[in-house]
Design a protein around this ligand. Structure first.
Ligand code: HEC
Ligand code: HEC
Length: 294
């Protein structure tokens, strides 16, 4: 065997330095899984990504999400390389959350609330990713969505996005207090409260100038989320509203209906006192909007 040509050594040394720099860059940019766990609560990720049964594996998918267009199933987002998203890179994750795009470029259905999650800050996405990576992998296989034509065609979501989706991180309003801006971020981006509390048109697009004005019940009496602007919410004092968001109990002792009860359990009751106060301050600052016509 002859000695390797002399240019191999500098090339190897150079590559080593590059690899070292890449590794250090990654270490510096590494997200914080503990912070990510808190953000996952603020984003209610577990509810949609966990089957609705006892002993279900958290984040292993299978939750049925009924919509007027059919039933979607939250997928497995544990790090299993086949059943979950174990082969994803951090930038795949960021693309899904910010742009609603799969790693292969296909569009996600907006049953995945990326129209809200697009507002999540880069640093928070990194922490969320670190948290998802820390979960135990589950082999639970995903199931197909049960959605009829044409709502099951991913390519058509492109048109929906053109009309109803504005990608990009949340930008605060410098004219408002830090608390109100923090609350706006929690409500609009992470908490995706508008996904239920903002009325939609026939295409399922949110009606922007009716943000959080509440939705009508469906003909069968199902659904319907109240107006969260001061028009209605002024009936509750800050203390009552805080108590409701911590416990799911109204001032008269009534319990919140199931979908909001879940939001309270998974999200609003888990917020730090500062974040909960900020969320309330933001709701109080909304322009009062009239109730939806009955
Ligand atoms: C309201 C229900 C809902 C909530 C809340 C929700 N998701 Fe999802 N998510 C979905 C649905 C439904 C899909 C599948 C969309 C599709 O197939 O087009 C999805 C898809 C995903 C995907 C892509 C998975 C894949 O295999 O392609 C990721 C990643 C994801 N969600 C992460 C999150 C994170 C992180 C949170 C919390 C910040 C979250 N989701 C909250 C419903 C939800
Ligand atoms: C999955 C759908 C859904 C999401 C997401 C959701 N809500 Fe609700 N919310 C409801 C429903 C439905 C009710 C009515 C509950 C009832 O009638 O008992 C409700 C009720 C409320 C009420 C009581 C208002 C009143 O006057 O009765 C408040 C306050 C509230 N939600 C705040 C929020 C906030 C803040 C968020 C985001 C962190 C949020 N909700 C996210 C469905 C939702």
């Amino acid at each position: 065997m002859s000695a390797p040509p002399s240019w191999v050594f500098p090339a190897t040394a150079g590559m080593f330095v590059l690899l070292l720099q890449a590794a250090m860059g990654n270490a510096l940019a590494q997200g914080d899984a503990k912070k990510g766990e808190y953000l996952a609560k603020a984003g209610g990720c577990k509810a949609c990504h966990t089957e609705d049964k006892k002993d279900a594996v958290p984040y292993a998918g299978g939750r049925a999400l009924k919509t007027p267009f059919g039933t979607f199933y939250g997928p497995n987002i544990t790090p299993d390389p086949v059943a979950g998203i174990g082969r994803w890179s951090e930038s795949d994750f960021k693309r899904a959350m910010r742009l609603g795009e799969r790693p292969d470029g296909a569009h996600y259905f907006p049953a995945f609330p990326y129209p809200s999650f697009t507002g999540i800050a880069d640093g928070d996405l990194r922490d969320l990713w670190a948290y998802l990576r820390s979960l135990a992998p589950s082999k639970r296989a995903n199931q197909e969505h049960e959605v009829g034509f044409p709502y099951n065609v991913r390519a058509l979501v492109a048109g929906w996005k053109l009309q109803f989706f504005s990608p990009g991180p949340f930008v605060g309003d410098p004219a408002r207090s830090t608390a109100v801006n923090r609350g706006a971020y929690l409500v609009r981006a992470l908490g995706h409260c508008g996904e239920c509390h903002t009325p939609r048109n026939v295409l399922g697009g949110p009606i922007r100038d009716r943000f959080l004005a509440g939705t009508r019940k469906l003909p069968g009496g199902e659904g319907g989320a109240p107006n969260l602007t001061p028009t209605r919410l002024k009936k509750m004092s800050d203390g009552e509203l805080k108590y409701f968001l911590e416990t799911g109990l109204y001032p008269d002792g009534d319990a919140a209906a199931e979908s909001m009860d879940e939001v309270v359990r998974n999200t609003t009751s888990q917020l730090t006192p500062g974040d909960l106060a900020a969320l309330i301050a933001y709701l109080r600052s909304l322009p009062p909007l009239a109730e939806e016509p009955k």
